[in-house]
Design a protein around this ligand. Sequence first.
Ligand code: GRF
Length: 220
Amino acid sequence: MRRVGVLISGRGSNLQALIDAAATPDYPAQLVVVIANRADAGGLERASKAGIPTVVVPHRAFPTREAFDAALDAELRRHSCDLVCLAGFMRLLTPGFVEGWHNRLINIHPSLLPAFKGTDGPGDALAAGVRIAGCTVHLVRAEMDSGPILVQAAVPVLPGDDRTRLAQRILAAEHQAYPLALRLLASGAVRVEGDQLVFANPDDQARTALLLQLPLPSQG
Ligand code: GRF
């Protein structure tokens, strides 16, 4: 059983998906601490309801990013975490922190990387006029929104979509993708060689491409 710390900044719907997954039989990961950089992060309540210890590490209380990251690192190690999941954590992490959790730090991003890095994946996808959008769960490297891809989930961009509707569809896909990615990594079904992922079983690799097709609107 791998011990997992989750870092959040906000509502924590992905955290909830991980909480729900971890409650299912045979899930290979246990959430042992949820850390937020904001005391008002909605996800803290989700963690408390699930009986998971919470910690607030307010970034403003630290003089530098390095000092903030050192405090995060100390909390994660105090809880003996094996893996760390970023779930809507809105602070850039320093290279030192990322290196310290090499291949043990996972992020979810609301686009099909490497397209649409940055803070508005759904809006950027819409503006670019792509027909397929989605999300990516990946191992974190020092460069933002990069690193070996564990799972991707694709959703269609539908007629009449605005940013909100598309973001909701992508978010629903995230809630399937993140628990799957954590399961694969925590169970040892996938290991990392350099920047390549190696799956012990090709069936597991095939499951890492989620194509979530919603029914087309009625043709009348
Ligand atoms: C998600 O869209 C995730 O991809 C991004 O931040 C958002 C977090 O949402 N990194 P939530 O807090 O998990 O609901």
